[in-house]
Design a protein around this ligand. Structure first.
Ligand SMILES: [Zn+2]
Length: 371
């Protein structure tokens, strides 16, 4: 019975994979994903249903357009097969509905985001925030895969963690060179929120960050605290908390800073998404040399956090860093490309941690003799 479900999942997955090929190609280009019907990019021939059978059509046509014989990239059937295999694995590991539908959606979004990141070094807002929203909805309505408070906590901490890694990275690597985002809403506000949050708690941190943004929206002269000051204060919170008798623990202080940074970062992404949608020119400057990691990765960490919760999310990040270091270095040798997209590694780490995160944590704890 379970194998019948897995078989169905595979076939269904290849169909979704075929749709993901369209998403991967059209979303970064700003095209509609429903219209027009799929066509050969070479000759414009509209594909018939027979030419749209996942994997099979490509194999039967020997990787060529039936009309003009132009080659069709092997990546198309590969994405279809990958989606089918992942959907089947999910069906074998978590064969219960409606949860399985949510996991399939989780996987589909991660596949689309990964390939778009490989192609364009960007993670589209709508897919990132779509995944985040779906994670929060699943948690809120079905308590799946985890209760809502854990999902929200994971989302904020995830985004905050990567925003801070990013901010500290830019500071140390490039000695305080200005980070991305122009006023009113950017890293200076994230840093301020982290500083206040680590000293006085997440509520105070979020209020400080949003007050700064509100001021900047009204004032012709935007207010920004220097990156170095903001980050130094953010680091000071957990250090002060080491003092015996301090009113919060170091961990609580760290959490306060990260939750605040995450809240401002996720809100900032929405702000820039709206700006970009209103006028494509207003988007924040993304200078590949200045950013240690793209801001899309920050939102993606929020998305993953909403699905994984904090513990598994940290496992996912560690797996992503290791996978990125190993695979990235090999890929760099082969392609000579210096820029490495981090999204696919986060997606791999996220998927592994989703199913095996707690196992890995338990294994590691017993390995070091903690339990
Ligand atoms: Zn053609």
């Amino acid at each position: 019975m379970i194998f019948l479900l897995a078989l169905f999942a595979f076939v269904f997955g290849t169909l979704i994979g075929s749709f993901l090929n369209v998403v991967i190609y059209r979303v970064p280009a700003g095209l509609s994903i429903v219209y027009p019907r799929s066509r050969c990019p070479h000759c414009g021939h509209t594909l018939t249903p027979l030419e749209l059978i996942p994997i099979v059509s490509w194999a039967v046509q020997r990787g060529q357009c039936r009309n003009c014989k132009a080659p069709i990239a092997v990546r198309y059937p590969l994405v279809e097969a990958l989606t089918g295999v992942l959907f089947a694995i999910a069906a074998l590991l978590r064969p219960d509905f409606p949860g399985l539908f949510l996991i399939w959606a989780f996987m589909a979004l991660l596949i689309a985001l990964s390939f778009i990141d490989l192609d364009t070094y960007e993670l589209p807002w709508q897919l990132n925030y779509g995944g985040l929203l779906l994670g929060l909805l699943g948690a809120g309505l079905l308590s799946y895969p985890q209760p809502f408070p854990q999902a929200l906590n994971g989302a904020l901490l995830g985004a905050g963690l990567l925003a801070m890694v990013n901010a500290f990275g830019v500071l140390t690597i490039l000695r305080g060179k200005n980070n991305v985002w122009t006023p009113p809403f950017g890293y200076p506000q994230i840093n301020l929120a982290a500083a206040v949050g680590s000293l006085l708690g997440p509520a105070a941190g979020l209020v400080a960050g949003f007050l700064n943004v509100a001021f900047n929206l009204r004032s012709p002269r935007p207010l920004r605290i220097p990156d170095l000051l903001g980050l130094a204060l953010a680091a000071l919170g957990p250090l002060l908390a080491l003092i015996p008798g301090w009113f919060v623990s170091p961990l609580a202080s760290l959490k306060g800073g990260l939750l605040s940074a995450g809240g401002i970062a996720l809100a900032g992404g929405i702000y820039w998404w709206v700006q970009e949608w209103r006028s494509p020119k207003a988007q924040p400057q993304e200078d590949g040399e200045v950013v240690a990691m793209g801001f899309g990765d920050v939102i993606l960490m929020g998305f993953l956090g909403a699905w994984l919760g904090v513990g598994n999310l940290i496992v996912a990040l560690l797996l992503a860093v290791v996978a990125g270091a190993v695979i990235g270095l090999i890929a760099r040798r082969i392609t000579g490309e210096n820029k490495i997209p981090f999204g696919p590694y986060l997606a791999i780490g996220g998927l592994v941690a989703f199913f095996y995160g707690s196992d890995l944590i338990h294994w590691y704890l017993s390995y070091i003799g903690a339990r």
